[in-house]
Design a protein around this ligand. Structure first.
Ligand code: NAD
Length: 365
């Protein structure tokens, strides 16, 4: 989904409910604290399946409107991710406006935790971009409504390895659908963004004998991973026309768009980034027409939500791994459904998630 620039007439008419990314969200909470300088927005999209769970992102947004759009978009995505993953959670997310490197401190995080606490468990927070396990530990001091805390405090720790494992499973299923075998041996895979999740993805592909090409804006990180896994480095942003079999976006959203689809030689897209399609409908359809098998992001990057859900319901690590492994079967089902119903894979996954929510809504009445 794109972040729309809103003209002033529209802003005056409907500052929140008129946003393009507004999709019947239940509650939007604006948090302000003068003493710590905290400016945050908590978005609760839908709580039909359970309390709204989603990470907190700290980012230097260009404007408060951009932050609002981001939290609307991300919290909506969490609703469908949780539904299709089969966890009893709703969709929520939070954004803190600011630079995590220079403006984040324990006092600010504690104050943010108090705002989370004021919602009495309707929203449960976790890590997202700009956050670390330590920040969740600090939030835990003031509210029980936080997951992703340190294992030493009874939490599930860093969710990224399980997210990476789920992405790898989704990638194998998409490969099976497209190439007839799920083996990644000999496949040329471009991993864009080799942070926490990207590294896990690189590791699994390498162990299976795939040829990994890595791209990142952080050259030090590229050197480190190239040494560790023998991956080939490609610098810069001119990467979409590379001769590859699989493109794995593990950095930012909206990298699949008019411009990049025209250049892509890959036959499979499977990565961890949220909101990979700039426009879900249009670009989902363009990929379909070009014969590129797209594994829906909110389906295959659900390892993180599985990991933190374990903290709430007490799954063992083995159970969580089994659930992440099942992303393989669900992804294959989605490809088959998309073919049977002649719809995009994104739509096929979305329809299943929506159906789960609608059924529960009827049952709850
Ligand atoms: P991270 O911050 O550890 O890694 C992101 C990497 O992307 C960094 O190395 C960064 O330098 C690189 N990057 C940023 N902009 C780039 C660009 N323009 N081109 C190339 N590289 C660029 O984040 P992460 O936790 O690994 O998450 C990666 C993606 O997966 C994010 O979009 C995140 O929202 C999504 N995701 C993560 C989890 C999880 O469990 N961590 C779960 C679900 C979804």
């Amino acid at each position: 989904m794109r972040v729309k620039t809103i003209d002033s007439k529209e802003l005056k008419a409907s500052p929140v409910f008129g946003q393009l990314s507004f999709d019947n969200h239940e509650q939007i909470v604006f948090c302000n604290d003068e003493d710590t300088g905290l400016k945050a927005i908590i978005g609760i999209h839908n709580t039909t399946l359970g309390p709204a769970l989603g990470g907190t992102r700290m980012w230097q947004y260009n404007s408060e409107w951009e932050a609002l759009n981001d939290v609307l978009r991300l919290s909506r995505g969490m609703t469908f991710k949780s539904a299709i993953t089969g966890v009893n959670l709703g969709g929520g997310k939070a954004v803190i406006i600011g630079d995590a490197k220079t403006q984040k401190n324990d006092k600010l995080m504690r104050r943010f935790g108090e705002f989370v606490h004021s919602l009495s468990g309707k929203y449960i927070t976790a890590e997202d971009v700009g956050m670390a396990t330590h920040d969740m530990d600090v939030i835990k001091e003031v509210t029980p409504h936080v997951v992703g805390v340190s294992e030493s405090l009874g939490g599930s720790g860093n969710p990224s390895p399980l997210t990476g494992y789920g992405v790898y499973m989704g990638m194998k299923a998409a490969t099976k659908y497209k190439f007839g075998t799920d083996s990644l041996e000999g496949k040329k895979v471009l991993v864009q963004g080799v942070g926490n999740v990207g590294e896990a993805v690189v590791k699994h592909i390498t162990e299976e004998g795939g040829h990994v090409i890595i791209n990142d804006i952080n050259e030090e990180r590229l050197e480190e991973l190239s040494k560790k896994y023998g991956a080939k480095i490609v610098l810069g942003s001119d990467i979409y026309g590379l001769d590859i079999d699989i493109y794995s976006p593990c950095a930012l959203g909206a990298t699949v768009n008019d411009k990049t689809i025209a250049q892509l030689k890959a036959k499979v897209i499977a990565g961890s980034a949220n909101n990979q399609l700039e426009d879900e409908v249009k670009h989902g359809q363009m990929l379909r027409e070009k014969g590129i098998a797209y594994a829906p992001d909110f389906l295959i990057n659900a390892g993180g939500i599985i990991n933190v859900y374990a903290e709430l319901v007490g799954y063992t690590k083995e159970e969580s791994k089994k659930r992440a492994e099942n992303i393989y079967n669900t992804t294959l089902d989605i490809f088959n459904l998309s073919e049977k119903e002649d719809i995009t894979t994104h739509k096929a996954a979305f329809n299943i998630a929506q159906n789960i929510i609608d059924t529960r809504k009827r049952e709850n009445k």
